[in-house]
Ligand binder design. Structure first.
Ligand code: FDA
Length: 305
């Protein structure tokens, strides 16, 4: 049943018709639990509140799978504005983005031009930028662009997904840049030809890449809500004596808030991924796919209205 629901929500997550409908009707149906708001001012309020609780942030201007050049340019401007807002208000926040929002599916020229604009703003205001990893089809292009840009922009990171067979090789290959990488399990619907179909194997590979990246001496962002993976990381860093400055935990806004606070109390860096903007539909569907209990939560919210 759980597998079926996961498939269903992942199917909905990139359905064009529902995406359009959701954009038109705004932040409804419980998405507000996972999304800070549609405007940058709401997002900066949220960041300020989180920073007060000693949580650091990566701000995500929601958007993906853009096929129109004008829209990709607008989204680029919004990312630049987000960086400026972070700097102006002196917030402790980085920026995350999806390159299909910046024109990855339109042309290499366009996405490079847009990414350079954002990274110039990041460099100017000292705001670190992470390129989220999208589906398998875009994985190689994402890594290629990351490598090209990394030569010019130090404040750039990306994400590797434990569910892909190729990830261990990618991690070793990227080691030459000593990159700050976010490690995740992976959120898209992928074929067993490219990704481990069983959770057990994904978890094992997740542990493996956490260990490898730390051993390589690189900054490691362990992005998960899974107690087992968090415990594994804590034990490993204790055993090997890694400094708390070499890694951080990352979690999504609205998920496991108590755990976030507890880790901060224990002295760990915890970064909250805060999405905002009107293109919240695909993101929201992936959160529902991850955990059917969230569906019950959302339904309760609707019934209360
Ligand atoms: P898993 O899904 O195995 O869940 C373990 C436990 O965590 C659950 O039993 C539950 O208790 C809790 N939990 C998990 N998800 C929950 C939810 N939605 N609501 C409530 N509780 C939940 N993916 C990707 O492909 N590309 C990317 O760039 C990113 N970026 C990213 C950034 C950050 C900061 C995070 C935390 C995650 C991502 N992801 C991602 C998503 C990631 O790949 C993965 O889908 C989710 O983190 C869920 O996997 P977990 O590791 O949390 O464990």
């Amino acid at each position: 049943m759980e597998k079926l629901m996961r498939k269903f929500f992942l199917f909905l997550s990139n359905n064009k018709f529902f995406t359009k409908l959701a954009k038109k009707y705004g932040l409804r149906f419980g998405a507000a639990r996972f999304v800070a708001g549609e405007q940058i001012a709401q997002a900066t309020d949220t960041i300020r509140r989180l920073n007060k609780h000693d949580l650091v942030v990566t701000l995500d201007h929601l958007g993906e799978f853009v096929s129109d050049e004008k829209e990709a340019r607008e989204r680029t401007e919004q990312c630049v504005k987000a960086i400026e807002a972070i700097a102006e208000e002196n917030l402790d926040s980085q920026l995350s983005l999806k390159m299909t929002s910046m024109g990855l599916d339109i042309s290499r020229e366009l996405v490079m031009e847009n990414m350079r604009k954002i990274l110039e703003a990041g460099k100017k205001h000292n705001v670190f930028v992470t390129i989220d990893m999208e589906d398998y089809e875009r994985c190689q292009a994402t890594i290629d662009i990351f490598e090209e840009l990394k030569k010019d922009y130090d404040g750039l990171g990306t994400v590797l997904q434990a569910y892909l067979y190729r990830t261990v090789d990618d991690l070793q290959h990227l080691n030459q840049y000593n990159p700050n990488l976010r490690l995740v399990k992976g959120a898209y619907k992928e074929s067993p030809e490219v990704a481990y179909p069983n959770k057990k194997d994904v978890d094992e590979n997740f542990k493996k890449i956490i260990k490898m990246h730390l051993e390589n001496g690189n900054y490691t962002a362990v992005a998960t809500h899974d107690d087992a993976m968090i415990e594994y990381t804590k034990e490993l860093v204790k055993e090997k004596g890694y400094s708390k400055d070499q890694f951080e935990f990352q979690m999504l806004y609205g998920i496991r808030n108590e755990l976030q606070d507890q880790l901060v109390k224990e002295g760990y860096t915890v970064r909250v991924y805060v999405p905002y903007g009107n293109d919240w539909y695909g993101y929201f569907m992936r959160r529902l796919a991850e955990r059917p209990a969230n569906v019950a939560f959302v339904l309760k919210g609707i019934l209360k209205k």
